[in-house]
Design a protein around this ligand. Structure first.
Ligand code: GTP
Ligand code: MG
Length: 529
């Protein structure tokens, strides 16, 4: 028997980024040919895509682990690592993605709708990309970043305009079978329908879909019968249709009390989709009552009896028989009307779109605060500092120095000093704790000094304006090669751009002292790396 699965928990793991490579170019008679380590490749993403050919989440039930491949490492001779392969998972139309806390992360409606469930880690830069005028031959490279991973819950909420609800054996499946081409199982025992059936109905110009859900009984919200699980399939419906059986008599039950019992169950159900997902409160969705089995004489009598009661509640009532087909035409046109009205108020989502995950918090900032768990400790939080720590191989002093420079440039050191951090205090960034060793001269001096007074700048290898002028003069007179520094200045300027993610203002300030040379604006080559 094929199974219908409409709720699964999956574990997604994107690929890690490949590490950058630290390598030095070697050639005969040219022992130090400069850094030539390539960048690591990006890890593969795990992506969900709505595929109209997929109708259940069954595959995920069998294979709940989804892992994309990692990027490969960079290598010498400027060879970059290959990117990992994205893993694309097909999901049915109407799949809702929730985090383990039950919050909706994405609502995937419309074939082709795409959601990146886990992003692959960035590859680390190789030492070639890390070289700059100030750091001609870096003896280190950056590590690739780990890919995202975590648990996600997938829930299928059918994309139907009309939802049929009712007690078992009321005739819901029979109704969808006569309104549409759907051929569900129909039988005279309760809970014949175990999974929602979808049917397409056309009435006049309007084409709409109907979902027939398994029967509900009082107490369903507490798990009786098949429970309320199937109500997730009516969350998107424009109209809810109560299908009631007017021909069967059971003591203590009548169509009006049946409807009321189900309304109580509906009120106890908390939909995952809310107004912000384009799904207004279930209580406000219009209702239509269908009195079924009108071909049975007793049913007509019952209908007479309850009609005033129903009218009083303001519900539109239709008397039909799925056996004799009476009343079906009026019903389908009335449903079409309601669907049209709902669509006019709530434009359907674009059929194909990419759902982007809500952007993280502002990634440019950081915070420093005393660490509540470590005595004299400080906690640094922020997208960039944390990423930089992940990219650092702590067994390489040069790499650690580079990290310190990046943190100092962002202003982390300054902030630590301001908050009273002393050399040797434990500082934690992204789960890694180290003793604070200010890299700025005299530790705190930079805090008081004017910006740009960092003495490290004095030892910069940057060519001065005068040197440059002399070089130009010399070149014009045909003796350019003899002037020291010239070559370096011009070839170095393009490499300088690769200084990814460092704070640019410093570069500008440096440049302000002289003139800004072409290509020296310090812009990120790959911003956000
Ligand atoms: N006489 C008569 N019998 C009907 C009519 N509609 C449905 N039935 C019968 O009612 C029984 C139940 O019909 P289903 O369509 O399976 O009912 P359901 O609401 O889908 O039931 P569950 O799937 O168990 O919730 C079947 O034996 C049908 O033949 C009708 O208009 N007239
Ligand atoms: Mg049924």
């Amino acid at each position: 028997m094929s199974r219908f699965v409409d709720r699964v928990t999956i574990h997604v793991a994107a690929g890690d980024g490949g590490n950058g490579c630290a390598s030095v170019h070697r050639e005969k008679f040219k022992p130090l040919g400069g850094p030539d380590g390539g960048n690591g490749g990006k890890g593969g993403d795990v992506t969900l895509v709505v595929d109209p050919g997929v109708h259940t989440l069954l595959d995920f039930h069998h294979r709940p682990h989804a892992r994309a491949t990692r990027g490969t490492q960079g290598r010498g001779s400027m060879r970059n690592g290959a990117a990992g392969q994205d893993l694309v998972l097909s999901v049915p139309d109407g799949t809702v993605v929730l985090n383990p806390d039950g919050e909706v992360v994405a609502d995937l409606v419309g074939p082709g709708t795409t959601f990146v469930a886990a992003r692959g880690g960035r590859g680390g830069l190789g030492n070639a990309a890390l070289s700059s005028k100030a750091r001609r031959a870096p003896g280190f490279a950056l590590l690739g970043e780990p890919g995202d991973q975590g648990d996600l819950v997938l829930e299928l909420k059918s994309v139907a305009d009309v939802g049929l609800i009712g007690f078992p054996s009321a005739g819901k499946s029979s109704l969808i079978s006569v309104l549409s081409a759907a051929k569900p199982k129909i039988a005279d025992y309760p809970f014949t329908t175990l999974a929602p059936n979808l049917g397409v109905v056309s009435a006049g110009e309007t084409v709409f879909t109907v979902a027939d859900v398994p029967g509900l009984i009082p107490g369903a919200s507490g798990g009786r019968g098949l429970g309320l699980d199937f109500l997730r399939h009516i969350e998107r419906c424009a109209v809810l249709v109560h299908v009631v059986d007017c021909a069967t008599f059971e003591p203590g039950r009548d169509p009006v009390s049946d409807i009321e019992a189900l309304e109580n169950e509906l009120a106890d159900y908390t939909p995952a989709l809310t107004e912000e997902h384009g799904a207004p409160n279930l209580a406000q969705r219009p209702r239509i009552v269908v009195l079924n089995k009108m071909d049975v004489p007793d049913a007509q009598e019952m209908a007479e009896l309850i009609r005033p009661d129903l009218a009083e509640r303001g519900w539109r009532v239709f008397e039909v028989s799925t056996a004799s087909h009476e009343g079906l035409r009026e019903l389908s046109f009335a449903l079409a009307d309601e669907v049209e009205r709902y669509r006019a108020e709530l434009p359907a989502p674009e059929p194909t779109r990419v759902v982007v995950r809500p952007a993280g918090l502002d990634d440019s900032g950081f915070t420093v605060e005393p660490d509540p768990e470590v005595e004299d400790g400080f906690l640094v939080r922020g997208e960039r500092p944390e990423r930089w720590v992940r990219q650092t191989s702590f067994d390489n002093d040069e790499a650690v120095g580079y990290l310190a420079d990046r943190l100092a440039r962002l202003g982390v050191e300054e902030e630590l000093a301001k908050q009273g951090a002393q050399p040797g205090n434990p500082v934690t960034i992204g789960g890694v704790t180290f003793d604070w060793e200010p890299t700025t001269p005299a530790g705190v001096a930079i805090v008081q000094g004017a910006r740009g007074a960092d003495t490290r700048l004095d030892v910069s290898e940057r060519v001065t304006k005068d040197e440059r002028r002399a070089a130009m003069k010399a070149r014009r007179s045909g003796a350019g090669l003899d002037v020291p520094g010239t070559e370096r200045a011009f070839e170095g300027s393009s490499e300088d751009d690769v200084e990814e993610d460092d704070v640019e203002e410093d570069d500008f300030e440096e440049d302000d002292a002289g003139e800004i040379m072409p290509g020296e604006t310090g812009e990120d080559e790959e911003s956000g790396r």
